[in-house]
Every structure is written in structure tokens, then in C-alpha cells.
Design a protein around this ligand. Structure first.
Ligand SMILES: NC(=O)c1ccc[n+]([C@@H]2O[C@H](COP(=O)([O-])OP(=O)(O)OC[C@H]3O[C@@H](n4cnc5c(N)ncnc54)[C@H](OP(=O)(O)O)[C@@H]3O)[C@@H](O)[C@H]2O)c1
Length: 265
């Protein structure tokens, strides 16, 4: 994907990785960015920074956890005949709670945002993208989308579900010139742990030590954008922790041992 003069819709643009990606992409020539998340004020802050690179922007807040809100945002795009060249999805919430103490409604909330909200938005824009001759769709999983991890049961499950959905979408639509990238971050220093929800569905409100020692969102964004440009199918990004993906695949018994002893914070 050559970003020049393209219209790129970025979810999760109010914070962390999505915000850093938006800022990174704003320097592409004649690019138009649609910035989404729930927090309109924070989106406007991202917009201000992007505008310093002379790019065109549209702030379009919506809630991934509310079907009607996703529909409203998508219908704004349809009604205004905005042609989306790429949809880059970073919106998501994490979890900090054990299976034994987590009520089902918390599991459902994580799935509503990370899985159903993301696939709903994708389904809204896919037909027009096919009709327009193609485009690019990226979705953000996690290294725990590749294996299970304590204190993250439904978060990990929601991210693993995205792999199944988006690999299927790719298989169905390669012929339609739709490129699909699955972004797989390790530990990136953002507010993801602060915004994660606990067993009561309340925010964890803590910067975990593991998160704090992660790669910067800016460095992560530079790597992601380079690989989005090359339309890489999987974009694994992070520090030494990403080796766990390879350990799970090639040395499963070592993974079983490590995952039952790891400090999940
Ligand atoms: N940081 C990491 O170590 C890490 C590792 C693996 C995967 N990831 C994934 O990377 C993505 C970005 O996370 P981040 O690290 O940048 O964390 P973050 O700073 O907490 O950003 C999360 C973004 O998702 C948006 N979001 C959350 N709930 C939403 C909802 N109901 N509706 C619409 N937007 C919503 C937030 O915007 P609003 O608050 O404005 O709604 C925010 O822009 C997530 O999908 C996360 O799972 C992160």
C-alpha cells in the first residue's frame, strides 16, 4: 500500500499504538486520516499533531462495544461517499482477572469490543472496498493471540478469534485485491494495562511493570507502518518477549512450563 493520497481509517487513534500510527502516517503525501475511538477530546489532540504534517483529518468517534454506534459511524462514511482505501484497527481493551473470579458479562464485554466491534466495522466497509477494486484491512491481535496467558483469558481468546476471522476474510478476498495484515504486538509501553478491565469490569488503573518496560509506541508505529506498506500478512512487533510465539510453536512443553509460572503483571 502506497499511502500517498489515500484515505486511511484508524481506530484506537486516541491513544497508544493507534495514535502513534496515525501520527506516523500523517507525513505521507496528501494522505487523509479518519481518526476513531470513543474519546473525542483525545482524538482532537491526535488530530492537532497530524495536522502539523498538513494532512486532511476527520475525527469520527464511536464505541466499538455498541453495535448501533459502529453502524452510525459506518453510515456516516457511506452517506458522505468517502472511499476507504485502508482500515487500520487498533481499538481494543485488555483484561486483568483470573478465570475463576471473572463473571461471564466481563468476558462478553471484552469480546464485544475486541471481536464483535472489530468484525462489525470490517463488515460495514468490506463491500464498498471490494466494489472499489480493493484495499487493505489491518487488525491488531497480540502475542497472546498466539497462545494462552494467565490473567488474560478472554483477552487472549478474543485476539485468537480475530486470527480465525481475518485469515478467513483474506482467503475469501485475495481475489478481490483485499490485503489483510494481522498486527501482533508484544509488550508496548501504552496505557493498555491502565485501561484493562478487572473482574468487576472496572479499570485496572495500574501501569504494570511489564508494560512499563515495553517498546515505545512510536518505535512500534514506525515498524508497523513500514510493514503495512509492504502488506505483510503478519506483523510481529515488540522486544525479546516475542520469542514466546516461537517457543509456543516449536517447543510447546517449554511453553506449558513457562506459562504456568509467569508473573502476569
Ligand atoms: N500495548 C501493548 O502491549 C499491546 C500488546 C498487544 C496488543 N495490543 C493491542 O494494541 C491495540 C492498541 O492498544 P494500546 O496498547 O495502544 O492501548 P491503549 O493506549 O489503551 O489504546 C486503546 C485504544 O482502543 C480504543 N478503545 C478502547 N475501547 C474502545 C471502545 N469500546 N470503542 C472504541 N475504541 C475503543 C481506545 O480509545 P478510547 O478510549 O478513546 O475509546 C484507545 O484509542 C489494542 O487492540 C491492544 O489489544 C497492545
Amino acid at each position: 500500500m502506497d499511502f500517498t493520497a489515500k484515505t486511511l481509517w484508524i481506530t484506537g487513534a486516541s491513544s497508544g499504538i493507534g495514535k502513534a500510527v496515525a501520527i506516523e502516517l500523517s507525513s505521507a503525501k496528501n494522505v487523509k486520516l479518519i481518526l476513531s475511538g470513543r474519546n473525542e477530546q483525545a482524538l482532537k489532540v491526535t488530530e492537532e499533531v497530524c495536522k502539523q504534517n498538513d494532512c486532511e483529518t476527520l475525527v469520527l468517534p464511536f464505541d466499538l462495544g455498541e453495535e448501533a454506534s459502529v453502524e452510525k459511524a459506518a453510515s456516516y462514511i457511506r452517506k458522505n461517499k468517502i472511499k476507504i482505501d485502508a482500515l487500520y484497527q487498533f481499538g481494543g481493551i485488555s483484561q486483568r482477572s483470573f478465570v475463576a473470579e471473572t463473571p461471564l458479562e466481563v468476558d462478553r464485554k471484552i469480546f464485544e469490543v475486541n471481536y464483535f466491534g472489530t468484525i462489525a466495522l470490517t463488515k460495514h466497509i468490506l463491500p464498498a472496498m471490494i466494489e472499489n477494486g480493493g484495499g487493505q484491512i489491518a487488525v491488531t491481535s497480540s502475542i497472546v493471540g498466539k497462545f494462552g496467558f494467565p490473567y488474560r483469558s478472554s483477552y487472549s481468546a478474543s485476539k485468537q478469534a480475530l486470527h480465525g476471522f481475518f485469515e478467513s476474510l483474506r482467503a475469501e478476498n485475495t481475489k478481490n485485491n483485499i490485503a489483510v495484515s494481522i498486527i501482533i504486538p508484544g509488550r508496548i509501553k501504552t496505557n493498555i494495562s491502565v485501561n484493562a478491565i478487572d473482574k468487576e469490569g472496572k479499570t485496572h488503573a495500574k501501569m504494570d511493570a511489564g508494560q512499563d518496560s515495553g517498546m515505545s509506541a512510536e518505535k512500534c508505529a514506525r515498524i508497523i507502518c513500514k510493514k503495512l506498506k509492504k502488506e505483510k500478512k503478519e506483523i510481529l512487533v515488540g522486544g525479546t518477549e516475542v520469542i514466546m510465539v516461537h517457543i509456543r510453536r516449536f517447543l510447546p512443553r517449554l511453553y506449558y512450563y513457562m506459562s504456568s509460572r509467569v508473573n502476569p503483571l
